[in-house]
Write a protein that binds this ligand. Structure first.
Ligand code: PLP
Length: 428
């Protein structure tokens, strides 16, 4: 459905039923698939034929939904994973071996920061973190001969910084490596990183894509643009024969369009088994069908709440790239012309004490670690996700005691603002 608009792709891409077939994506709740001859099955194992044999690697329900996400992002191939964490790990580990190095934006999701800085370090993959606001010189200086990927988030969770995708893509390409962008908060409705030079996109589909707080999941999408064979020495996993798959060379056999996801499925999914359940993929697809209707409402509510907070005397500062006063307003105008997301963060003048009172008195917005949901939710990181840190560490981590993150849902904005307003009134 390449020539259709994104709104149409949300509803109809991926699964196109034939005559008499189910209108909705069938949930193929089967671990395994039956064949008439061993030869038929052998062809699948050799990647000579396409088809299914075991749901730890691939399942038709997942593939329909992955194909929709690939189409929405403008990519050539995609796969679903059990979570966003798995998606980011797979995207990186598909091209980074022990002894390799990653350049990553320092402004990324805490889980991804831990994954890269601690867990992948244990595997021998090191990283250099750079500020998303760094100069081109600073960015270029972060590369080493063993650098294999650059990583950043379109809109960072929870810092809400906006990535200058072209700047990061140019630096990555100048060093012959791909740019991987986690596009969870923007979604392909508001930004398609491939259009700005990114090579691989990842998602925590747990957030806006599902959008109903119902199903954990992730996705990896390939643009099909990165020429692995042109840099074969850097990417031996894609450009030399895979002994675990009868000597297949992925980049030769599947080309730029298919090599990355095929290897990711055939090796990483086979060996690590972090596949999304078909049931969750079905739920995710229901979310995708209305993503283009929900995102503008999330943005409208986020913008209205941010504007209300900015004018409020008890509020010290607001982070939201839709505000002209925001540091990322200009970058956002370029990459997110239709809006960013529904997540707003702000600081209360009364510090941590005021934050506690505010949180306690909210009636509509629920206290949750979740974000990007149809229902508005709210978090004071200092007393929850970051509660092991002292005041000094909190400040350093960019989550001072007074910081509140509110994820605006798709309720009526007047109700949201009156809820926030009455909770602010409780601070004396
Ligand atoms: C939540 C999140 C993740 C992790 O996703 P899970 O589905 O919770 O594993 C990764 N990146 C971003 C930007 C996120 O918001």
């Amino acid at each position: 459905m390449k020539n259709y608009k994104i709104n149409t792709k949300c509803v109809q891409a991926g699964y196109r039923p034939g005559n008499g077939e189910p209108r909705q994506i069938p949930i193929i709740q089967s671990t395994t698939f039956k064949y008439d001859t061993s030869e038929d099955m052998g062809k699948l194992f050799d990647l000579e034929a396409t088809g299914y044999f075991y749901s730890r690697l691939q399942n038709p329900t997942n593939d329909y939904v992955a194909a929709k996400i690939a189409d929405m992002e403008g990519g050539t191939a995609a796969m679903l994973t059990s979570s966003g964490q798995a998606a980011n790990f797979f995207a990186l580990f598909n091209i980074c071996n022990c002894g390799d190095h990653i350049v990553a934006s320092s402004s990324i999701y805490g889980g991804t920061f831990n994954l890269i800085s601690i867990t992948m370090a244990k595997m021998g993959v090191t990283a250099t973190f750079v500020s998303p606001d760094c100069t081109e010189e600073e960015l270029n200086a972060a590369f080493k001969p063993n650098t294999k990927a650059v990583f950043g988030e379109t809109i960072a969770n929870p810092a809400l910084t906006v990535l200058d995708i072209e700047k990061f893509a140019n630096a990555a390409h100048a060093h012959s490596v791909p740019l991987i962008v986690d596009n969870t908060f923007a979604t392909p409705i508001n930004c398609r990183p491939f259009e700005w030079g990114a090579d691989i996109v990842t998602h925590s589909t747990t957030k806006y894509m599902d959008g109903h707080g119902a199903a954990l999941g992730g996705a990896v999408v390939d643009s099909g643009n990165f020429d692995w064979m042109a840099h074969a020495d850097k990417f031996p996993g894609l450009c030399t024969p895979d002994d675990s798959y009868h000597g297949i060379t992925y980049a030769e056999k599947f080309g730029k369009e298919g090599a990355f996801i095929t290897k990711c499925t055939a090796q990483l999914m086979r060996d690590l088994g972090s596949i999304q359940s078909p049931q969750n993929a079905f739920i995710l697809n229901l979310g995708l069908e209305s993503l283009h209707v929900r995102m503008p409402r999330h943005c409208e509510n986020g913008q209205s709440v941010a504007e209300f907070l900015e004018k409020h005397p008890k509020v010290a500062y607001v982070n939201y790239c839709g505000l002209p006063s925001d540091k990322y307003y200009e970058v956002a105008k370029k990459y997110l012309p239709n809006g960013s997301c529904g997540v707003v963060s702000f600081g209360l003048k009364g510090g941590g004490e005021a934050a506690k009172i505010f949180m306690k008195n909210l009636k509509l917005a629920a206290i949750e670690t979740h974000v990007a949901d149809a229902r508005t939710c709210c978090l004071n990181p200092a007393t929850s996700t970051h509660r092991q840190m002292n005041d000094e560490q909190l400040k350093e981590a960019g989550v001072p005691a007074e910081l509140i993150r509110i994820s605006c849902g798709i309720e009526d904005k007047e109700d949201l603002i009156s809820d926030i307003s009455q909770a602010l009134d409780c601070i004396k």
